[in-house]
Write a protein of this length. Sequence first.
Length: 94
Amino acid sequence: MVQLRVMLEERRGNVSIEDWAFEINKVVQPPDNQRLKVVTLYSYLNGTRNLTGKGARLLAQYFYEQGDFDMVNAISQITLGIPYPAPNGGGSKN
């Protein structure tokens, strides 16, 4: 999870957490009761909360819309407990 937090911080850049949460919700457009809250995003970034379920889905969708498939893969693998990056570059065993 530390690696994912570092990757999220790199993607956030100099944008405030509040502005980034607003941007994520603007791009993803979830229903009001499923919007990413500033406090939740802050908790992901400082490591007091693990990225699971709704938050993982919202962030993965946001990065998908941005064309950042490395982040989509990282979020998917890490939240499922699969090492990221995959050993030996991952891919098919065939």
